[in-house]
Design a protein around this ligand. Structure first.
Ligand SMILES: [Zn+2]
Length: 253
């Protein structure tokens, strides 16, 4: 038995407080201290667990960020290698997603993500410029074709082919069909100073000079006459067949 410090009542050894005056006993104090300590320890453990969880989450976010940034760069690079492919768009989307993720979790935006975005945007600008350039070139070709059509008028209907008409027919043919693997838009600076030889139904214009792609081309334009004169081919070898008799061709040189 113990006695209450305040009122002197007899209390059992394990009493926490005096039932008469509510004074806390020494035993009660010790128990309360122990409980408070246990509570503090538990809170501390909770905090540690939360911290570990947050760290793990952050590490996972960081890994995921690095992954998506790397993918952004790879897709953009793939688009770059395959020139103007929509893969760059994937790179762009992934790049922006990586940026958003980095901001959300408070991490530094990885260089790979930024590079991916820059590469993708560059490609899109180049692609857009190429389209504009292509449209512009096509418009120029169309305008030139219209002009040629006007200038030619009824000239191809004449029985004899004149040098200027042959030259314009050859230019129209090149603009419409291109030369070899070169598209029509790359045919430039046509010169038709070569000899024109002709029979009633066919003709050949030699030494046609123009630029196709990166190189200078020297070719022959071959014509035939049905209802009107038209180009059958522009080729490096001579216009063959009985159309241009060897005598006529050699006398023209
Ligand atoms: Zn008491």
């Amino acid at each position: 038995m113990v006695t209450c410090n305040r009122c002197g009542a007899e209390l059992p050894l394990d009493a926490w407080e005096c039932p008469y005056c509510r004074t806390v006993t020494a035993h009660g104090f010790a128990r309360r201290e122990a409980e408070a300590a246990a509570f503090r320890a538990e809170a501390e453990a909770d905090r540690a667990r939360d911290h570990a969880f947050a760290s793990a989450q952050r590490a996972e976010a960081e890994r995921s960020l690095q992954r998506s940034s790397r993918h952004a760069l790879l897709w953009s690079l793939a688009g770059f290698v395959l020139c103007c492919s929509p893969l760059a768009l994937v790179g762009l989307v992934l790049g922006f997603r990586s940026r958003a993720l980095a901001r959300r979790v408070g991490l530094v935006i990885p260089t790979t993500a930024t590079l991916g975005i820059v590469l993708a945007v560059t490609q899109m600008l180049v692609f857009a410029a190429a389209i504009v350039f292509g449209i512009h070139a096509q418009m120029q070709v169309d305008a030139r074709l219209e002009a040629l059509e006007r200038e030619l008028g009824t000239e191809p209907d004449q029985p004899m082919l004149s040098q200027p008409t042959a030259c314009k027919l050859a230019e129209r043919f090149l603009l419409q069909n291109g030369y070899g693997e070169h598209s029509e838009t790359s045919i430039e600076r046509l010169r038709c100073d070569g000899a024109l030889t002709q029979t009633a139904s066919s003709a050949a214009l030699e030494a046609l000079e123009f630029e196709a792609g990166d190189g200078k081309v020297r070719a022959n334009a071959c014509f035939s006459r049905g209802a009107r004169w038209s180009v059958t081919a522009v080729q490096e070898r001579n216009c063959s067949g009985p159309a241009v008799p060897p005598a006529a061709a050699s006398s023209a040189r």
